[in-house]
Design a binder for this molecule. Structure first.
Ligand SMILES: [Fe+2]
Length: 228
């Protein structure tokens, strides 16, 4: 199989149908309801990630559990989109829903980084779902002014991606769905050297855009560990 190239970052508008959208939020709301019932805490079954400043559900881990997962319709839609994009079958698909919010215990941020979460060149997209404020998304130097239900396709293992500082009040939130896989016929696993070069490159991007990342850089000094 020829080498699989990273995706050229691009937008896909109107990703989910209204029914699919409602179905995703039903899974989120059901998760909150269970937490309320069990411990009077809607966030009980979300993981708090302070490095990103979000509350997260790893939907791909819920396929065999008792907590609410995504509907078959939504899972099938995501798989179909990946198969269209790769031109062939895909195996595993990672899906997370995240709410960036100060309720996570930290300010929301997306420090420039390349992902280590795929063993091969990633096919991924982030979709803006619900929100109280606008927040741009960057892949390298390309700025995407996000809109609801708009996906950005990119290869997070190979391209530094990030968001500029954004002030979130206590009531503010910004929801995304992030989905990822790799090409089913990619026979070239990424080496450790690739990931290390990616870390160096992301640091260069962070320095280049330091004027847009003051809070984010300050936070990364305070906290250790990677973001997702
Ligand atoms: Fe990432």
């Amino acid at each position: 199989m020829a080498k699989i190239d990273p995706i050229k970052p691009h937008i896909e508008e109107n990703f989910f149908t209204p029914e699919e959208y409602a179905s995703i939020y039903k899974s989120v709301q059901d998760t909150m309801d269970i937490g309320m019932k069990e411990a009077n805490d809607p966030w009980l079954h979300f993981r708090k990630n302070t490095n990103n400043g979000f509350l997260v559900i790893f939907f791909s881990e819920r396929r065999h559990g008792s907590l609410p997962g995504l509907s078959k319709e939504v899972e099938d839609k995501i798989r179909k989109k990946f198969e269209e994009k790769t031109g062939g079958p895909v195996d595993h698909i990672g899906i997370l829903w995240a709410r960036y919010s100060p309720l996570s215990g930290e300010i929301p941020s997306l420090y420039p980084h390349q992902d280590r979460s795929e063993t091969h060149t990633a096919y991924m997209f982030t979709i803006e779902l619900d929100k109280t404020l606008d927040w741009d998304f960057y892949v390298e130097d390309d700025k995407f002014e996000m809109k609801k239900n708009q996906a950005i396709w990119f290869s997070g293992t190979n391209q530094a991606h990030w968001r500029p500082d954004k002030y979130f009040g206590d009531e503010d939130y910004y929801d995304i769905l992030l989905c990822q896989t790799h090409h089913g016929e990619d026979e070239n696993p990424l080496e450790e050297e690739h990931y290390l070069d990616g870390d160096d490159h992301a640091t260069e991007v962070a320095q280049k855009y330091a004027h847009l990342l003051q809070q984010t850089l300050e936070k990364s000094m305070r906290l250790q560990g990677p973001c997702q």
